[in-house]
Design a protein around this ligand. Structure first.
Ligand code: CTP
Ligand code: CA
Length: 231
């Protein structure tokens, strides 16, 4: 498939993309997860491949097919996602579109928990690693361009600007996931998206467009930021 890679603005570049939710096991039959279809992350991986990049997509559990021409690593949990991301470095740019579960069960029961006795099982949570912040703060192998996403239900731009600083990433693609977002049914699972691109240069509003179009536009911006391949 590599032989068929189109010549394009990202030819010779390695792009790393995360997509989808993570599943954090509670016991063999139960898990904690975030809402995410993976549509936006998968569209970014597909668009980057069409632009000629070598693409590694680290995907949580989704019901989408693997995008054409993309090296897909399937994972379940946040810790597996971090390990797969680290194993895929170095990369010229990394886009963290996954909806990573912030918490996991502090311990995973070896056997299915039973509801006998009428007492509720205690569920103690512990924090997952922050994959974006970990990679953005690498001193050695940090991709030149690190892009995060921010899903917010209020104060979208101010929260996303704070997130950009805290995470140490270059850009944040911020979207409003509230039911008032203007996208019928909300952005999660939808085919369109309306985002703000937040960078050191400021805030750009991208009007509502298909997730495929948002992906194309973002990939174009990534190619421009990386510039021509050094000889
Ligand atoms: N992210 C990540 N690893 C995590 C949590 C988030 O890589 N454990 C990434 C997401 O892929 C996204 C960005 O961080 O690119 C922002 O995710 P978000 O959930 O909006 O940020 P949090 O820091 O978890 O803040 P909160 O959920 O409290 O708003
Ligand atoms: Ca979160």
């Amino acid at each position: 498939e590599r032989l068929l890679a189109p010549a394009g603005p990202l030819k010779g570049r390695h792009l790393l993309v995360t997509s989808g939710p993570t599943h954090e096991p509670i016991d063999p039959v139960r898990y904690i997860a975030n809402r995410s279809s993976g549509k936006q992350g998968h569209a970014i991986a597909a668009a980057a491949a069409r632009a000629g990049a070598q693409v590694t997509l680290v995907s949580g559990p989704v019901s989408l097919p693997d995008p054409a021409g993309v090296d897909v690593r399937h994972v379940e949990s946040a810790r597996e996602m971090l390990a797969a991301v680290e194993a895929a470095l170095p990369a010229d740019a990394a886009v963290f579109a996954a909806a990573v579960a912030d918490w996991r069960a502090a311990s995973e029961a070896a056997e299915k928990m039973k509801k006998d006795g009428g007492t509720l099982p205690p569920l103690t949570l512990t924090e997952n690693p922050d994959i974006l912040a970990t990679i953005a703060h690498l001193s050695n192998r940090r991709p030149r361009l690190v892009v995060g996403f921010a899903a917010e239900t209020q104060n979208v731009v101010t929260y996303a600007q704070a997130k950009r600083a805290r995470k140490g990433c270059d850009w944040i693609v911020a979207n409003d996931v509230s039911q008032r977002s203007g996208i019928p049914g909300g952005v999660m699972g939808a085919d369109s998206n309306e985002v703000h691109l937040i960078s050191a240069e400021g805030v750009e509003h991208w009007p509502q467009a298909s997730k495929a179009d948002v992906a194309e536009r973002l990939v174009g911006r990534i190619a421009a930021a990386l510039g021509p391949l050094e000889a």
